[in-house]
Design a binder for this molecule. Structure first.
Ligand SMILES: Cc1ncc(COP(=O)(O)O)c(C=O)c1O
Length: 395
């Protein structure tokens, strides 16, 4: 079989080895403590699903047809109203384009902005979807260290030396995956100043913008409508990752070009998902968030407490938002003479706890693990972390 040379630019996720082992263990009936998956641990609103299935049966034709590639008008209007309401910014439907998850939004937006040799600034560690696509399109990735000692913020000097004449975009994930950190206003403003100086975009991935346990989300679009492209999804707060629905909010001139490009990445976002997303925003969002956020918050607190108790030599920044904790196990792993990848596999095989090796998110994630607190009950969170401690102490 003959593949393109460039297909090797997509290395395959380092999480795959973990997933395969989880499937193998689970198929043998073994209980796995699943801290590896980056998705909500609660199902979508039941009332929403009841109303949606009724609508699907009543309007099977409409809900199964192609839609405009940027989404049905009703959904774009509703997203614009919802975004305006939460952000306080005046967003119109012409600023919105609906996508098949934020993954499609990222692909189409990189296709819309990257030329050969353009530089894109990324944090290290960061979410692992961006780099291969940027490189595939001929872009060059410039990494800025997210500094653990600064609560996973980048330093001002590092940012200033990374951004320059060739910079086309800077990617910010806020709240962050994998570290759980929230960007402060000073850092966002500094990055926006740099973006303006070099006429670069700030790609603001706000997938977790409604999952705050402390403080509130900063909407970067409100600070600069021309340079910020906000990337959003229905995968996280509505608990609907498999429905594949997302959207971008940006300047209407950008959205026009984005819409033209995205006609080629997917004909339209999944039609049934668009109607379900519409129901979520118009009728169920506030109630659902008021029910689910306290559960995630207490799971986060339970995991943080367990990490402090069972892994006293580890360091961890307590997350103020999102679904993850990024734990530094260096004192333990150096002692055992193994890295985070080997540790994650051994932990899974021997103690049946699934975590993601930090190096999957960049070199700077070495000796760390990403653990998701959203999926398991508080009791299982405690037990899973206890097992990690047991493994690291050599029991
Ligand atoms: C920061 C971030 N961006 C984008 C995505 C992609 O999500 P989706 O394509 O389901 O919207 C994820 C998924 O985990 C994520 O964590």
């Amino acid at each position: 079989m003959r593949f393109s040379t460039r297909s090797s630019m997509f290395p395959g996720s380092k999480i795959r080895a973990i997933n395969e082992e989880v499937v193998r263990l689970s198929s043998r009936g073994i209980k796995v403590y699943g801290f590896h998956i980056g998705q909500p641990g609660l199902p979508p609103s039941k009332d929403l699903l009841l109303e949606f299935t009724k609508e699907l049966l009543e309007k099977p034709f409409e809900l199964s047809m192609y839609t405009p590639s940027n989404g049905i008008d009703e959904l774009r209007i509703t997203i614009a109203n919802d975004y305006s309401k939460y952000s306080g910014i005046n967003i119109t439907p012409s600023n919105v384009s609906v996508t098949a998850g934020s993954a499609e939004a990222l692909l189409a937006l990189f296709m819309a902005i990257i030329d050969e040799g353009d530089e894109v600034v990324l944090m290290d560690p960061t979410y692992l979807m961006y780099e291969p696509v940027i490189r595939f399109l001929g872009g060059k990735v410039i990494k800025v260290r997210a500094r653990e000692e600064l609560g996973w913020l980048p330093s001002e000097d590092d940012l200033k030396s990374a951004v320059g004449r060739r910079t086309k975009a800077i990617i910010l994930v806020n709240p962050d995956n994998p570290t759980g950190r929230v960007l402060d206003e000073k850092t966002i403003k500094l990055i926006l100043d740099l973006a303006r100086d070099y006429d670069a975009y700030v790609i603001y991935d706000e997938a977790y913008k409604h999952l705050y346990y402390e403080g509130a989300h900063l909407y970067a679009l409100g600070l600069d409508m021309e340079h910020v492209i906000a990337v959003n999804t229905f995968s996280k707060d509505p608990g609907m990752p498999g429905w594949r629905l997302g959207y971008v909010v940006a300047h209407e001139d950008f959205v026009k070009v984005f819409n033209r490009v995205k006609q080629y990445t997917n004909l339209n976002p999944p039609t049934p998902a668009q109607y379900a997303g519409l129901l979520y925003l118009t009728k169920y969002k506030e109630k659902y968030l008021s029910e689910t956020l306290p559960i995630y918050k207490s799971r986060m607190e339970a995991m943080y407490k367990a990490v402090r108790e069972y892994l006293p030599r580890a360091t961890v920044v307590k997350p103020r938002a999102g679904l993850f904790m990024f734990v530094n196990l260096k004192p333990y792993l150096e002692g055992l003479g193994i890295d985070d990848e080997e540790f994650s596999l051994r932990l899974l095989r021997e103690k049946h706890v699934a975590v993601v090796p930090g190096s999957a998110f960049g070199d700077n994630g070495k000796y760390h693990v990403r653990i998701c607190f959203a999926r398991e009950s508080e009791e299982d969170i405690r037990e899973g972390i206890r097992r990690i401690g047991e493994y690291l102490r050599g029991n």
